[in-house]
Design a protein around this ligand. Structure first.
Ligand code: HEC
Ligand code: HEC
Ligand code: HEC
Length: 117
């Protein structure tokens, strides 16, 4: 009797496990490998997303400021939830500067290396 109960319990757990794995697909969506961010009159900014995912431990290092959605930065700027240049200054340039002064691999800090026309 107890054996059957354990068997049933195990079956329920494994079924719910499969359901969680398939519904979890959205949460594990890594997004585009590369993208171009709107950069105003200086020119747009090519952004190697996957390279950053591989070199930055936490998704939240960037996504604490904006959700994991295409066009999220612009959308939040439009409704005043995010100041223009905040992502650039508080994330992109801040991290690149901190890493390069610590002697670690980093991205560009000069305007024309990011903004391209
Ligand atoms: C160094 C910054 C940074 C890190 C780290 C980062 N992202 Fe992103 N992510 C971005 C930017 C910038 C965008 C584009 C936002 C926009 O279009 O306004 C984006 C967009 C996305 C999108 C939507 C775009 C698409 O192509 O579907 C998803 C999904 C996403 N990220 C998932 C992740 C996940 C998962 C992680 C962690 C494994 C992660 N990101 C780590 C900066 C980052
Ligand atoms: C590491 C890459 C990077 C560097 C270096 C950089 N930018 Fe940016 N810049 C961005 C990104 C990404 C955005 C869009 C997100 C935002 O507004 O925070 C942006 C946005 C801007 C905007 C706002 C454009 C708009 O219409 O919304 C201006 C102005 C700007 N940058 C000027 C500069 C100047 C001037 C420099 C040099 C001192 C510079 N940037 C260096 C990545 C960079
Ligand atoms: C938390 C740290 C961090 C943040 C935030 C960050 N970067 Fe970087 N970035 C890196 C590191 C680390 C590298 C070097 C990766 C390597 O080549 O090993 C890099 C490299 C780059 C490169 C050069 C890629 C190449 O092929 O050499 C570009 C362009 C770049 N970042 C743009 C951006 C932009 C635009 C943003 C903001 C949207 C941003 N980064 C935010 C850490 C960061």
């Amino acid at each position: 009797m107890i054996g059957i109960l354990i068997f049933l319990l195990a079956a329920v757990i494994s079924v719910s496990g499969i359901a969680a794995a398939s519904s979890g697909q959205k949460a594990s969506d890594k997004g585009a490998e590369a993208m171009t961010l709107e950069g105003g009159t200086l020119g747009d900014v090519p952004f190697p997303h996957r390279l950053h995912q591989e070199n930055v431990n936490e998704c939240s290092s960037c996504h604490e400021l904006f959700p994991q959605e295409s066009g999220a930065i612009r959308a939040q700027q439009k409704v005043g939830e995010l100041k223009k240049q905040k992502v650039m200054n508080d994330q992109c340039i801040k991290c690149h500067l901190a890493r390069s002064s610590a002697g670690k691999s980093a991205g560009p800090t000069k305007c024309g290396k990011c903004h391209q026309r």
